[in-house]
Each structure stands twice: as structure tokens, then as C-alpha cells.
Design a protein around this ligand. Sequence first.
Ligand SMILES: [Zn+2]
Ligand SMILES: [Zn+2]
Length: 344
Amino acid sequence: MKVIEKFESGKGLRLSEREIPEIGPGEILVKVMAASICGTDYHIYSWDKWSQKRIKPPLVAGHEFAGEVVKVYDDVKRIKVGDHVSSETHIVCGICEFCRTGRSHICQNTKILGVDIDGAFAEYVKIPAANAIINDKNVAPEYLSIQEPLGNAIHTVLAGEIIGKSIAVVGCGPIGLLAVNVAKATGASKIIAIEVNDYRLNLAKELGATILINPLKEDVIKRVLEETNGLGVDVVTEMSGSKNAIESSFKYLKLGGRMSMLGISNENISIDAANDIVFKGITINGVVGREMYKTWNQVNGLIASGNLDLNKIVTHRFSFDEFEKGMELMGKGTCGKVVLYPNN
Ligand SMILES: [Zn+2]
Ligand SMILES: [Zn+2]
């Protein structure tokens, strides 16, 4: 089968051939219909510090996908051949303290598809049946392939109350763009998109952002305070991982506000804990993955509601053969979600 893999340490990914995976107990084999490029795939492609530490080549990249089940092991009951599925990409142990207390998203033994084990940039991918999410066959595979990052966005935006609240989405890469759209679909009052890339800022507008701020062009703290009667925003969803952006967001978060952080920063950040956390009485929460499987129910429900603009979020489509074009766009940031198809 055709795969896109990290063959050896170093920059890049390559198109190559592998045997179709054999499945074992509890596993299913899925024929991939569409797979989308995640920031993580781009990190692996560009071989940044994180991937140098974490990735052990050879590895088939990719984890966001939708496909059709072509084989199930004898012991698998819930999933049937012919089902259309996507996958929760965190493969968890089920026996640690966190798994046993309904918090598998922070399982201490998590393995990630396409990061720690072979992923979905392949014609076929094997996954644990337990991780399979059954898809609605009436929704296009390209939209179903982005449910996993959509789950990240939902998990972040809905980590606290949102109806009638003002929200700043800091960083409008694909997950930030999804967060803007989720905030719109779930009743946020004012959606402020903060992003240095004008292409993505404009996309944020199309997806429901009402105020657009480019930090390279204006003072973010000043503008957010102006737009919120000097009080600041109720909710910050931090998607940028940028030290500067994070530090300023604590300055324009309202008293009693919520800071939900998903972006991964490479540097330590410096916060005036007394004045910007304690005396402000704010709540900070770290967001990792998706709650298993509550977030997936929200993903399915929001897609079914028809209130998301998935057609605007998916901006580019390529075959596996042209994956380099997708990576280039990811590097430049002139895209929303980029979807790859195993065949033309
Ligand atoms: Zn992803
Ligand atoms: Zn566990």
C-alpha cells in the first residue's frame, strides 16, 4: 500500500510502499478515504526539536482521517465491516489511575497514532476498535477527517460556559479557526480573533469572528480592552503557544475569566501571578486531546446540527502524491485544513 512516512531522522517525509498491516485482538483495519494534515504532521515533516525527541523512524505519519472498515478481528463486536469510521488518536492503557477515573485523555501511558505508532497517511490503517468513532455516511469524508482537531477546539471552547460570553481566540491556525467556528455555533457573544497571518485572520472572519486583531499591526491589549468596555474578555482560548501572546492575554482577560490553554509553547512564560491570577480570580485550565468520549459526542452533534462551516474550514485538497504541496501551505500558513486523498 501507499504511505507517507518518515523514513529516517531528518527533514521531510517520503511517499513509499508498505505491506498492508495485519490486525490482532481488539483491532480493525480501515481503508482511508481522506486524511487531513495536522500541525503535528508538519512538525514531523520539518523535524523540529519536539519531533527529534519524540519520533522514532520509520513511522507512517498522519492521524486525522475518515475511512471504511474492511476487516475486524474475531473478538470485535461494536464495529462492523462496511462502517465508516474516524479515530480517537490517543491510544490509552485503560488501567492507570486516570483511565480508571474517566480521564483517559490524560492517560499516563498514551500512545498517539501517527506519532508513536504507524498512522493514517496510508491506504490502510489499523486502530483499536475501542478508538473507532462511527461516522455518518452522508457527510463527506473530507469533513469527517477533521473531527479530531475539531474535538480539540470543542474541548477548549466548551471547557466552561460560553453562551453569551465574549471570547478571544489567540492563534488562528486550523484549531483556532475551528474554535472560532465552534464559538459561533455555541452562542458566544463576541468573538475576537488574534492572529499574525492575514490569510488566516480573514478566514477567521468568514468563520464567525467579529473582531480581528493582527498583533503585528496593533496593540492587542489596548484593542481588546477597547472592544470590551475596558473590562477584558470573559474567555481566552490560547492556541498560539507564543510567549508574547500568552503573556498579553493575561492582561486582557476579565476579572473572574477563564483561560483555556491548548497551544504548546517552547519557552517558559512569565506571569504576574498575584495580580493577573489570584486577585483577578481567574480559572486556568490545560486542554489535552479530547474527553473520551464525551467530546466525540459533541463533535458528532455539532456536525449534525449543520451550524459549522466545514466547507470554509477545508481549503485545500491533494492526492498523497502531491503531499509536499500541502506541507508547503502548512509552512506558509496560507490554508485552513488541508486534506489528502490516498488516490486521485
Ligand atoms: Zn491532529
Ligand atoms: Zn491509562
